[in-house]
Design a protein around this ligand. Structure first.
Ligand code: AMP
Length: 458
């Protein structure tokens, strides 16, 4: 998963992009980059690591110009290497072009193979690079036409920001898998994966970039074009609401925090528990746990305290220190949990390893019973559109019943929110979300997807 941000027409474009990326850090922690321009020269700094560690004052001072785009990366295709970090900046025969991409292209390998046969030389293993090659290959004289031609050929999920000599161009795939929003700051414009970045820089949120829209911002103003496609149904990623986006963002027109709280309320209606306390797995389970507590009347308590300052650990844990990894991140509050019946709330179970460690931790701290409640349906299928979920084989729910998972995580009971309950929470009346991770109904079908699923099911 990734976060993208762009600024057009602001004297402090790179500084604003830095702040924007800082607000989007949750969308990717492997690498971060900014490309800026004054319309003549391009300036770029891309590095592995976190935004605050990378962009020191001296570096930001070098990123001149009134336009900039930025990217934070969590790799879903291509390895975690500097050559795969973005924005991807090229100088081809028509000039400079920089691109920042969030999402996954499902026909990347086929397109790459075709392009390589025709002589293209790839610099990275990122799917986003095919878009640049397709743009460069196009015979059209207009950059917008070249982008349209390229995007007509790629399939899958993409929210994109391009920077040319005189334009900032934002585009969202015709299904609208990933979010992308437009804001205004003084005389300039900003584009971001999420609205939380606008709050930080005090930009005004104008609207979402629509699915299939290409939004062009230049000296003339702002205007829209469309990616040629046979207008598919909207397929907004439901996991953005459940887990990925920041709770203080408005995503797909909905306040993420309030929506997550509502998931917790519906969860309490669907699966009540006779318990003493509602405890969230921090941070991901907090809004749903508040909702569960409000609906059930069972008091909310922070039974687990999270340490937010963990980086990589260099000490190898001794055999005697069990569950070292999760203990670095979370600590159980014995005085709160002792002899209590707990409803433990998290947003999802992926492999099941975290839940197992946390349930054991609560029991070791004296909890009498631990009833796990998950504010989404069971994650049965991998995502091919940009969420980093493992293969089917590694997803515990794809090969185990709810009771088998309950036994594995050592909980006294386990319940997942129903798909209908989820649809009720997002007021799904227009059929506009992608639920493929829950129901396996992939909106963009592609032979590689089907092949990968076949291989991993058995
Ligand atoms: P697991 O041990 O694999 O079951 O991890 C479950 C935890 O991972 C939950 O607390 C989720 O909030 C979190 N989670 C869910 N999806 C993702 C994801 N794509 N990347 C990282 N963490 C995730």
């Amino acid at each position: 998963m990734c976060g993208i941000f762009g600024v057009f027409s602001h004297p402090e474009a790179a500084n604003l992009t830095y702040l924007g990326l800082h607000a989007l850090q949750h969308r990717g922690q492997e690498s971060a980059g900014i490309v800026s321009s004054d319309g003549e020269e391009y300036y770029s700094h891309i590095q592995m690591g976190h935004v605050v560690d990378i962009f020191k004052k001296e570096i930001l001072e070098k990123l001149k110009g009134h336009m900039a785009i930025g990217h934070v990366r969590y790799s879903t295709t291509g390895s975690s290497l500097l050559q795969n970090a973005q924005p991807f900046l090229v100088n081809y025969f028509r000039g400079y072009l920089a691109i920042a991409h969030n999402g996954n292209l499902v026909n990347y390998e086929t397109l790459k193979e075709e392009l390589e046969k025709e002589g293209s030389i790839f610099q990275s293993t990122m799917d986003s690079e095919v878009i640049v090659h397709l743009i460069a290959k196009s015979n059209s004289n207009s950059i917008i036409e070249r982008i349209k031609e390229a995007l007509y050929q790629v399939k899958g999920a993409y929210s994109l920001i391009f920077l040319t000599e005189n334009k900032l161009i934002a585009a969202r795939d015709p299904y609208g898998f990933r979010p992308l929003v437009l804001g205004k700051i003084k005389d300039g414009y900003v584009v971001s994966s999420e609205t939380c970045a606008f709050d930080l820089i005090e930009a005004e949120f104008i609207r979402e970039i629509n699915p299939g829209e290409i939004l062009i911002i230049d000296r003339e103003g702002i205007y829209s074009d469309r990616i040629p496609s046979d207008k598919p149904r909207n397929s907004f990623c439901i996991f953005e609401h459940i887990y990925f986006a920041r709770p203080d963002s408005i995503v797909f027109g909905k306040n993420v925090y309030l929506l997550r709280k509502n998931l917790g309320k519906i969860l309490a209606q669907e699966s009540p528990v006779d318990a003493d306390l509602v405890v969230p797995v921090p941070d991901s389970g907090i809004p749903a746990a508040i909702g569960y507590s409000e609906e059930s009347g069972i008091p909310f308590e922070l039974g687990l305290i999270r340490n937010h300052y963990i980086g990589r650990t260099f000490i190898e844990p001794k055999q005697s220190i069990r569950h070292f990894g999760v203990k670095l991140k979370l600590n159980a509050l014995k005085d709160v949990l002792k002899n209590k019946k707990i409803v433990l709330i998290d947003d999802s179970i992926v492999r099941g390893t975290t839940s197992r460690k946390i349930v054991k931790m609560l029991k070791a701290a004296g909890a009498k019973e631990v009833h796990m409640r998950i504010s989404s349906p069971s994650t049965n299928y991998p995502c091919f559109y940009g969420i980093d979920t493992p293969t089917r084989r590694e997803l515990i729910a794809s090969s185990h019943t709810v009771d088998e998972i309950r036994k594995y995580i050592t909980a006294d009971s386990l319940y997942y929110l129903s798909l209908d309950g989820l649809k009720k929470a997002v007021k799904e009346d227009k059929n506009c979300y992608c639920y493929a991770c829950f129901d396996g109904d992939y909106p963009v079908k592609f032979p590689k997807i089907l092949k990968k699923l076949e291989l991993t099911i058995f």
